[in-house]
Design a protein. Structure first.
Length: 211
């Protein structure tokens, strides 16, 4: 693993890029050795740290012990700023020898999204998302649409480790995010599952996971 560097973070071919959004560490100490803060300092600005991980094979990722997805030659983003007072967020990547008995086979590496330009807005049909659904199930629907994804752990609201909601970034300033499942069954902007919307690929879709 190599150290993080300033944004933008480039991912060399064959590497796995891990991007963590977090509160800055006091006195320049490493985050893993910091004392746990009860509340984020009001004057602090969240920062991002990135790490390149050498994964020659598929690696399953877990967030606080809950399975997320298999990764290889990919990017995973985790926002740890909303974990709750006094809580840490743990991202675990397991190598081939660390697989637990009964783990599923990694997905085929078909490269279906390799031709998608991340700098160009494009239309996407919004998927069905149910509160309480398993993360891998919802993730599969987002990845079918070639959406980049980040994860946020939010306290309360249902069974731990399941999806609370998903925010899909919309191009433009009048409707920045499509919330799924929609909080209003008849939204004025028409952001319902099955709607075709112009997405902004410069911002990842956000999967809210219940802590």
């Amino acid at each position: 693993m190599t150290g993080g560097r300033a944004y933008p973070f480039d991912r060399p071919p064959g590497k796995l890029l891990v991007v963590l959004r977090h509160w800055p560490s006091p006195s320049g100490q490493r985050a893993a050795r910091d004392a746990v803060r009860l509340l984020p300092p009001p004057d602090d600005v969240a920062i991002e740290s990135a790490y390149l991980v050498d994964t020659g094979d598929w690696a399953p990722a877990e967030l606080d012990g809950h399975p997320l997805r298999w990764l290889r030659r990919d990017t995973i983003r985790v926002d740890a700023t909303k974990a709750g007072a006094g809580r840490r967020t743990h991202l675990t990547l397991s190598g081939p020898r660390g697989r637990r008995p009964g783990q599923v086979t990694p997905p085929p590496d078909d490269g279906a999204c390799e031709g998608v330009d991340p700098a160009v807005n494009r239309y996407v049909v919004l998927p069905e998302v149910e509160s309480g659904a398993a993360v891998p199930e919802v993730l599969a629907r987002l990845r079918e649409r070639c959406l980049d994804v980040q994860y946020v752990f939010m306290p309360g609201g249902g069974h731990r480790g399941t999806v609370r909601s998903v925010g899909i970034p919309i191009a433009g300033h009048t409707a920045p995010v499509a919330e799924l499942p929609p909080t209003d069954p008849n939204p004025a902007q028409g952001h319902l599952p099955g709607d075709k919307v112009l997405t902004d690929p410069s911002r990842p879709a956000t999967v809210m996971v219940i802590r």
